[in-house]
Design a protein around this ligand. Structure first.
Ligand code: KG4
Ligand code: ZN
Length: 354
């Protein structure tokens, strides 16, 4: 079974083709997925001078690049459209202009070649991505940390209602990736901030700056990062110019504090976990330091941490193709009347935040 996946919800135009054994029901045989092609066009250069993603520029760049990337992915895999079993695209949540480009392209390909169309929740893409490369069975506890989200969920798998997910907690203000991006911006490290902060923190003194740890040791699984963000800004504004040592120390202290907060909240969630497995996914999960902290925490609770390879943590088409395979195997396809959803919470019991 081969599915083409299209991801256009933010600033990466990404297309992948993933192969898995055919069959009905959840994927259980291991190893499961094989990535036949995985191409990503990062729009970074187009957004960099604005210090963030400009939705209109993103939508136009997706439109310009997507057809070519689909062709490239097919060529890399040595396949034609007729060889595919389904076409999947991110149907939301995300910047609506980009989502529209991906969904319309996928629908057109599906219609023209008489293939099933699959509209994938971007968050479900992150949530299931670990199963593409790792041996992880449902259910599991998931920490989803990206540029727009910071949530703890139990994942039981896709279903006809959109997916069996229960949200245990979420951020009450900022997402953790956003906090990395702001920190990088304040320190002049560029965009996107996560990889820049991680690199700069290497060799920095993580104990030099004492930063607030919002909700620390409080019950529950919610997160808060705005106090931390403000504290970093106040310190950054007072740093002497041309002091790379201080910048490295602040990055290291910030990263350690984020690690403290994530570990503290995950410790509460592990008490509610449906299995002794903690999965971390989303762009921030690419961070090696944070992966280490979470692995230590999981081990101290008799659980194991499982994470996708760093390249599959940040937005990519393979996770969309994979979610497409998981859905196709359950017969959960979508009609060509699917309407893109700028907001689409994973847990249907929860209203999307304004
Ligand atoms: O999942 P993702 O690619 O896009 C969203 O769905 O938001 O996540 C992007 C976020 C950005 O905020 C980026 O700075 C952060 O993930 N990120 C990282 C790292 N790589 C990407 N944060 C910390 N450390 C990293 N190595
Ligand atoms: Zn994402």
């Amino acid at each position: 079974m081969r599915v083409l996946g299209i991801e256009t919800s933010c600033d990466e135009t990404a297309v992948a083709i993933v192969e898995a054994p055919a069959g009905d029901g959840p994927v259980t045989s291991r190893p499961v997925g094989r990535i036949l092609a995985n191409v990503v066009y990062s729009q970074l250069a187009e957004h960099r001078r604005f210090g963030g993603v400009v939705p209109e520029i993103a939508a136009r760049a997706h439109l310009e690049r997507l057809d070519g990337l689909v062709g490239e992915a097919l060529a890399d895999a040595g396949l034609g459209l007729a060889d595919l079993d389904g076409i999947a695209a991110t149907g939301g949540p995300g910047l609506i202009g980009g989502v529209l480009v991906g969904v319309m392209t996928a629908k057109a390909l599906a219609f023209a070649h008489d293939k099933p169309f699959l509209a994938i929740n971007h968050l479900e893409g992150h949530a299931l991505s670990v199963r593409l490369t790792e041996d992880v069975a449902f259910p599991y506890l998931l920490l989803l940390v990206s540029g727009g989200h910071c949530q703890l969920l139990t994942v039981r798998g896709p279903d006809s209602q959109g997916g069996d997910f229960t949200r245990l907690g979420t951020t009450i203000d900022d997402a953790v990736g956003e906090c990395f991006d702001k920190t990088a911006k304040l320190l002049g490290l560029g965009f996107p901030g996560g990889p820049a902060v991680e690199k700069t923190a290497i060799g920095g003194d993580a104990q030099r700056f004492a930063l607030p740890r919002p909700l620390w040791r409080k019950p529950g699984c919610d997160f808060s990062f705005s106090g931390l963000k403000t504290a970093v800004r106040q310190i950054a504004e007072k740093l002497p110019p041309d002091d790379p040592r201080a910048v490295a120390d602040l990055c290291a202290s910030f990263q350690r504090t984020v690690g403290d907060v994530l570990a503290d909240r995950c410790a509460n969630a592990l008490a509610l976990a449906p299995s002794p497995v903690l999965v971390v996914a989303g762009g921030v999960a690419a961070n090696a330091y944070l992966r280490g902290r979470l692995a230590t925490l999981a081990a101290s609770h008799g659980a194991r941490l499982v994470a996708p390879p760093p390249k599959l943590c940040t937005d990519n088409g393979a996770m969309i193709a994979w979610a497409g395979i998981e859905r196709l195997r359950l017969g959960l396809t979508d009609g060509l009347d699917f309407r893109p959803r700028p907001r689409w919470p994973l847990d249907p019991g929860i209203e999307a935040r304004p």
